[in-house]
Design a protein around this ligand. Structure first.
Ligand SMILES: *[C@@H]1O[C@H](CO)[C@@H](O)[C@H](O)[C@H]1NC(C)=O
Ligand SMILES: *[C@@H]1O[C@H](CO)[C@@H](O)[C@H](O)[C@H]1NC(C)=O
Ligand SMILES: *[C@@H]1O[C@H](CO)[C@@H](O)[C@H](O)[C@H]1NC(C)=O
Ligand SMILES: *[C@@H]1O[C@H](CO)[C@@H](O)[C@H](O)[C@H]1NC(C)=O
Ligand SMILES: *[C@@H]1O[C@H](CO)[C@@H](O)[C@H](O)[C@H]1NC(C)=O
Ligand SMILES: *[C@@H]1O[C@H](CO)[C@@H](O)[C@H](O)[C@H]1NC(C)=O
Length: 353
């Protein structure tokens, strides 16, 4: 009896291990022809630069996004790497500085004389308009439902300074309204025919120089947050709490919306654990970073002592590009993992459909 039981347990363990290496049954994407991305500076290629260079005017509908300025990591952004690695078309609607909604955490930006464009009120509506656009006799977006993946990676600004972290939100709104906004944004894409979604959870901001602990190299007042309060320990604890709560909300709410509410019938979802992935980079840098200088996960590439000109050296040795942005090498690794996510084989994703 007990031998039989042991045999069963071993078989169960083996089949579990094998299953975890197989393609997920809940994610039946064949080929990714196109990737459509929504988000903030982690994902933006050129949209905020356009706004700044055009005195706050939005890019015209049908804008073909050039790839000229450096992205927030000082190089190319992760979606460009996904496009390079897979050959997919890339339609990137992210705007650096974006939040999910102006109804929750509007952020006025002097350089563009307006609130930052948001996912709900700008990025998704622009995608919807361009999805109907015909240019030069062809559809502007090549987005067959069965071969197009939609990703959303938002929250760093929403949970950050001059927003939820400093209690600066629109009165009466809170963190749950932010999470609602993510699903409300995806509703628009789903109703337009989107069927493959990747929700990227919020990175480990309590490990970043901006929102981290003093014993991990965190900074005080800086150009992003000139009046950062002096108790940075308290800031780090609060940010940590916010990030893990919101990520737990994504983790449990996504299967609820997909399987119980049937809010997205016929659609496939992956929740990509960028929190876990980037935390793993922090704890095991040599598995990800490949610069020739000593690997550095607490400092950042663009750190310059006051008034000194600094030249970036050994960028690939760093996890962080600046106070809040992961380095280009970190984003290459995010892109590599994203490719596994859409192949249905990532250990850093859960799949629901
Ligand atoms: C830029 O936009 C602002 C506000 O919309 C306006 O006041 C200003 O005159 C504009 N500047 C230029 C150079 O057009
Ligand atoms: C349409 O054609 C014009 C002229 O050939 C070209 O400049 C433009 O980039 C094309 N637009 C798109 C969206 O391909
Ligand atoms: C800063 O915040 C931490 C954590 O909330 C607290 O333990 C500590 O007493 C605070 N320090 C000061 C100087 O207020
Ligand atoms: C590090 O690896 C990336 C690929 O992930 C490669 O593009 C880059 O050139 C490498 N950097 C160095 C310094 O070898
Ligand atoms: C990491 O880089 C920072 C500069 O951003 C530097 O001050 C710090 O000493 C470095 N840490 C290690 C462990 O090399
Ligand atoms: C940096 O330069 C500014 C303007 O030139 C000056 O006011 C400031 O005192 C300098 N700071 C340091 C730390 O040298």
């Amino acid at each position: 009896m007990s031998r039989f039981f042991l045999f069963l347990s071993a078989a169960t363990v083996i089949s579990f291990v094998c299953a975890s290496l197989e393609k997920s049954d809940s994610w039946n994407l064949g080929h990714m022809k196109s990737l459509v991305t929504f988000g903030d500076s982690y994902t933006d290629i050129e949209r905020l630069s356009y706004l700044i260079n055009h005195n706050g005017s939005l890019p015209p509908i049908g804008w073909v996004q050039p790839q000229t300025s450096p992205a927030s990591d000082g190089g190319r952004s992760w979606p460009e790497y996904v496009s390079q690695y897979t050959g997919c078309n890339l339609y990137d609607y992210a705007v650096a500085g974006a939040v999910c909604s102006n109804n929750i955490t509007p952020k006025y930006f002097d350089a563009i004389h307006r609130n930052m464009p948001t996912v709900l009120e700008y990025e998704v509506p622009t995608y919807l308009t361009e999805s109907k656009l015909i240019t030069n006799g062809t559809e502007f977006l090549d987005i067959p439902a069965s071969e197009t993946v939609y990703s959303i990676w938002i929250g760093t600004n929403d949970l950050g300074e001059y927003a939820l972290l400093t209690d600066s939100q629109v009165p009466g709104t809170n963190m749950v309204d932010f999470v609602d906004c993510v699903y409300n944004s995806l509703d628009g894409v789903y109703n337009n025919g989107g069927r493959y979604f990747v929700i990227m959870n919020i990175g480990p901001l309590q490990l970043s120089p901006e929102f981290g602990f003093p014993w991990n190299g965190a900074v005080g007042e800086n150009h992003y947050w000139p009046d950062k309060p002096s108790n940075i320990t308290q800031i780090a604890f609060r940010m940590w709490e916010s990030v893990v709560m919101v990520n737990d909300d994504f983790k449990y709410r996504t299967p609820f919306e997909v399987l119980i509410s049937k809010r997205y019938a016929g659609a496939n979802f992956a929740v990509m654990d960028t929190y876990g992935l980037i935390s793993d980079m922090w704890h095991n840098p040599s598995a990800y970073l490949n610069g020739t200088a000593p690997l550095n996960v607490t400092g950042f590439e663009t750190y310059c002592p006051a008034n000194q000109t600094c030249t970036i050296q050994n960028a690939d040795s760093y996890l962080w590009y600046d106070e809040v942005h992961p380095s280009e090498q970190a984003f290459r690794k995010v892109a590599e993992e994203f490719v596994r996510v859409v192949q249905g084989t990532s250990v850093w994703a859960t799949y629901w459909g």
